[in-house]
Structure formats: C-alpha cells, structure tokens
Design a protein around this ligand. Structure first.
Ligand code: CA
Length: 246
C-alpha cells in the first residue's frame, strides 16, 4: 500500500476532502518500549501460579484491553472462576510486580526519531495507553523528554479499554482536535481497532509476532514493519497527508 493510496482510501471512507493533521496519538507498549515480551512473561507467570490455563502468544492478541478485563476473561475461561473487579485488580497488582521484577524494557528502536519528526512537523504528541504501570509511565518523562504534551490518556482515564475507541476519543478531546486532525500510532490489533473506530488515520507498526495482515484486518490505514521503518517513511507520509485531496 502506498501512502497516497492509503490516504485516498481514508479520505473516501471518512468523508473528508482533505485532512489537516495537528496531533499524533501514540500508544506505549510495543510502540515506545519493547515491553511486550516482559508483559507476556508476567502474564504467563500469574496464570501458572493460579492454575489458569493459557498459551504464551495469546496475550499479544489481548494487548490494549484493561488488565482487569484480561484477568477476568482468563480466570473465567481457564479456571472457571468469576472474579469481581476488586479481585481482578488485586491480581493485576501482582502481575505488575512480576513485570517489574523482569527489569526495565528497552526503548523501541526508531520511536524517538518518530516523535522528533512529528514534533518538528508541528504536531502535538499525546500518549494514549491502557496501562497503569507507574514504572513505565514515569520513564517516558525522561526517555522521551520534551517530546510529549503534558496531557496523556492512561488506564485511569477511561472506563473502556481498547478495542473500544474511548482511549483515542479521550485523546482527541484532550488535544481539542477532530478525528481527521489526528494520526494514531499502534502495534496491536485491538489498539488498531480502537484507533480506526475513533475516526483517525491509523498507522500500524508490527513490532511483535502479529503479522501485517492482521493489523490491516483490524482497520489500519497503513502498516510499517518497525518503528525505524516508520521513521524513514514518516516525512513523506506527513507530506502526503498535507497534500492529498479528493
Ligand atoms: Ca501497544
């Protein structure tokens, strides 16, 4: 898919003649940090300790859901237990401890360049994540210093996790921008679904085992194989977003 084709298709189905992109709504896990491996290991450890059946790779499919919802779903399906919200959040704290024990995940190669390019192009970068892990949210302030706006959407700001569009709609609200004024940068199928449903041009990046076609199926307007590849393509993509008209 060329950038021009992707944008033309987006303009057609979104009902816009052209777009004026002012904001980048940026996901965290799997986009800013190579953290999904550690999340997966922490999830599997929690499930094993509680005798809940699971497979390792399935957690990539749930990325973006709230922690409590993942836990309730898994305990119901894998152990026949119905947890209350309070119980689920207690287990989520334990999962957070296991995650922290694995050490700090690496910054995603290319992510900083992507944010520098959007910022230099005049876009406001806003973080949109379902995560509540304070450890990683604090790191963003130093690792990506000066690149993000103070406004951010985290797990505590939204009732519905991805694939519900609420996190990205909240991001649009916080940016005081219309859907057609934002791009979304996402790595997970449920996150892509949320971005697409929010009405913004959604860029998928395959940074884990999920194949490109799954992100297109989830509604991505265009997909890149890494954040480094996105950084390389971004200046011409932003230029095409400025100039492509119906
Ligand atoms: Ca993600």
């Amino acid at each position: 898919m060329t950038a021009e084709n992707a944008i033309t298709l987006y303009l057609k189905y979104s009902g816009n003649k052209s777009v004026d992109i002012r904001v980048a709504l940026v996901d965290c896990d799997g986009v800013l940090y190579d953290s999904m491996k550690n999340h997966t290991r922490a999830w599997v450890k929690l499930m094993k300790k509680n005798n809940v059946k699971c497979s390792r790779d399935e957690f990539y499919q749930y990325e973006g859901m709230t922690g409590a919802n993942i836990i309730k779903m898994m305990f119901r399906r894998g152990a026949g237990k119905n947890l209350t919200d309070e119980e689920a959040w207690e287990y989520y704290k334990v999962k957070g401890r296991y995650f922290n024990e694995l050490g700090e995940p690496e910054m995603m190669p290319g992510a900083k360049e992507v944010l520098q390019i959007t910022k230099e192009a005049g876009l406001r970068n806003i973080l949109v994540t379902g995560s509540n892990q304070p450890s990683i949210l604090e790191r963003i302030d130093s690792d990506y210093a000066g690149l993000f706006e103070a406004e951010r959407v985290t797990g505590i700001d939204t009732k519905n996790g991805k694939p519900n569009p609420e996190p990205y709609l909240r991001g649009q609200q916080k940016a005081n921008a219309k859907p057609g004024e934002c791009i979304v940068i996402e790595n997970a199928p449920l996150g892509v679904q949320a971005g697409h449903a929010s009405g913004s041009f959604t860029i998928g990046v395959t940074t884990g085992p999920i194949p490109e076609k799954d992100l297109y199926k989830a509604g991505a307007d265009i997909v890149y194989p890494s954040m480094t590849a996105l950084a390389e393509a971004l200046p011409s993509l932003l230029e095409a977003l400025r100039t492509t008209q119906l």
